[in-house]
Design a protein around this ligand. Structure first.
Ligand SMILES: [Zn+2]
Length: 404
């Protein structure tokens, strides 16, 4: 069976893919942390779809008492036996819609217009959920076996940390060293960027305790806000100076250290604040270790405590890193080959600012890439996909399944 025949079968599914995406995304699947019921209804809908196409499947559910069903469902479908499997893993859950008035449609009743589909979850991660399903359908309809054993997964809980989703599959031992994992959960407009690495995440919260007093009596006060401002300035300078390597694989090509959230202190102008609270969001090139960044932070904290006579509490809110997948890894080469065939692009391996589901696989020693084609509208009130991209991504998956 020629690859060309498989790819043109996928072209023939176009309308059915759009209907599938629209119906799939009508079912909200919000995480309990966002006040939702979880993914069960949406996953069961997908399961019925698989059954209607004659596919068998497995469920690997995680227990979660915060949702009415008590279950966070993970659905997987296998083709072929043996090790060194190709995984295509997308997620079913979505983020809240945000301000409904700003949407061009009801976010949970997707709108098809001018070759695009609008709605919550169509890009993140509906396009991939549907594209991977129809790649499988093409192989099945044409009775073609994949070149490599295959696992297609539709998982829960990507948006709030993957504990009940991808991490559950890893804990259950379903993912093996030597597997390749493609997570189609981020991408650029031409589909020519393959994410192989991410920056380390380090999020910190600083609480400075001084002494409150009347605005006219700084002699009686310890101004926590001035100390906080000094600490921000010192960290900004020290961290940028110490960790200044550049790496053109990343966008932007350097480590970032940003003061972000600031909690309000006193409500009036004429009180000197006795407390100051702010946060830093650091995204650090993986060549550095977070503990070395924290050492510099602690030096600055000590200096400010001494100089301003304040006490400072440092809470590390997030501290994560994962080893990159080599740009020369076979999964990267296989995806690049499929992209050359289907999209006629010369893809490039890139690094991004962190927080993808691929990091869990990389930490488990499994090569993993993040790739899809899209306009980066995830989490916005204008979330949409281009139907052409959904069809082309499905062809890329099929080409990967057949040529790897
Ligand atoms: Zn996503």
């Amino acid at each position: 069976m020629e690859l060309k025949t498989v790819l043109s079968a996928i072209d023939g599914y176009r309308e059915e893919m759009v209907r599938t995406l629209v119906e799939f995304c009508r079912i909200p699947a919000l995480d309990p942390a966002s006040g939702g019921e979880g993914e069960l209804k949406k996953t069961e809908w997908l399961q019925r779809k698989l059954q209607s196409y004659g596919f068998g499947f497995e469920r690997h559910d995680a227990k979660d008492e915060r949702v009415p069903s008590g279950i966070r469902p993970n659905l997987i479908l296998r083709r072929g036996e043996g090790d060194k499997r190709l995984w295509i893993l997308s997620h079913v859950d979505v983020v809240p819609p945000g301000n409904l008035k700003e949407w061009p449609c009801d976010p949970f009743d997707p709108m098809v217009k001018d070759g695009k589909v609008y709605g919550r979850g169509v890009e993140d991660n509906g396009q991939a959920c549907v594209a991977s399903l129809f790649a499988l359908k093409a192989l099945r309809d044409l009775a073609v076996e994949p070149a490599k054993p295959l696992i297609v997964a539709w998982v829960a809980d990507e948006e709030t940390g993957s504990y009940y989703g991808a991490q559950h599959l890893i804990r259950e031992g379903l993912v093996e060293k030597g597997d390749w994992v493609v997570c189609p959960d981020w991408g650029t407009a031409k589909g020519a960027e393959i994410e192989v690495a991410e920056k380390n995440l380090l999020w910190m919260k600083f609480t400075l305790h001084g002494k409150q007093a009347h605005g006219s009596r700084p002699d009686k006060a310890i101004n926590a806000h001035r100390a906080g401002a000094d600490l921000i300035g010192r960290m900004d300078k020290a961290l940028h100076q110490k960790f200044r390597a550049r790496d053109s694989m990343f966008v932007p090509p350097f480590s970032t250290f940003e003061p972000t959230k600031k909690e309000s202190n006193v409500p009036n102008v004429n009180t000197i604040p006795g407390e100051d609270i702010f946060c830093f969001d650091c995204r650090i090139l993986p060549r550095y270790r977070n503990q070395d960044v924290l050492a510099i932070v602690n030096q600055q904290v000590k200096a400010v405590q001494k100089q301003h006579r304040v006490d400072i509490d440092l809470d590390v809110i997030q501290n994560e890193s994962s080893p990159p997948t080599s740009p020369k890894a076979p999964v990267v080469a296989a995806l690049a080959k499929a992209l050359k065939i289907v999209r006629k692009v010369e893809p490039k391996a890139v690094g991004i600012g962190g927080g993808t589901v691929a990091a869990y696989f990389r930490r488990a020693g499994v090569d993993s890439v993040v790739w899809a084609t899209g306009d980066e509208t995830a989490h916005t009130v204008n979330e949409h996909i281009k139907i052409d991209n959904m069809v082309a991504d499905s062809k890329v998956f099929a080409a990967m399944m057949l040529t790897s």
